[in-house]
Design a protein. Structure first.
Length: 173
């Protein structure tokens, strides 16, 4: 049996080269550094959280939106947020969150959206799933909301990584 390898936490050094190759010579390096694009140090493994609509999803009134989550952050807790409004990446909303949606504008309570798995931990395989049940209500057809799963990795109350906002347009059954 061979040895298994895995990434250890550690700072990385990156290089931008003119030839796009891993092996480069003098003059091929355009830029290098030990920091990310925002000027902050970053470490491997890079934290990520991805959400994809499950093929069994339905955005119809009376249907259920199912989102499969994947991440290398096994065991970490996630929280699902719903909103009526999207905001630009990196912009902080009134709750101090910068997760691509405005957490101060949830869908109205009378929409009666039910989220199963709104909070949870990523399983050992790095996966999880949440479901949003949409009531069979004709008044909801044509309305849009957004869903995001986010994780606070350092416990400071601000979410550090999040999924791309999922836009849900409620359609006729």
């Amino acid at each position: 049996m061979g040895k298994a390898s895995r990434w250890e936490d550690g700072q990385v050094t990156w290089f931008l080269t003119s030839n796009g190759e891993r092996e480069f010579g003098p003059g091929d390096i355009i830029l290098q550094g030990n920091f990310g694009s925002d000027g902050q140090p970053f470490n491997l493994p890079l934290a990520s959280l991805h959400g994809e609509p499950n093929p069994g999803s339905s955005t119809t009134a009376g249907g259920t939106v199912i989102v499969d989550l994947a991440s290398g952050q096994t065991g970490c807790a996630y929280q699902v947020f719903l909103s009526r409004a999207r905001i630009p990446d990196g912009v902080t909303d009134g709750n101090g969150q910068a997760i691509g949606i405005d957490t101060t504008e949830p869908p109205p309570a009378d929409w009666d959206l039910q989220v199963r798995g709104a909070r949870g931990a990523l399983r050992w395989d790095g996966g999880a799933q949440y479901q949003i049940s949409i009531p069979l209500d004709r008044d909801l057809m044509g309305l849009t909301f957004y869903a995001v799963a986010a994780m606070d990795l350092d416990g400071d109350g601000a979410y550090d990584i999040y999924t791309e906002p999922q836009e849900v347009l409620i359609t006729a059954p």
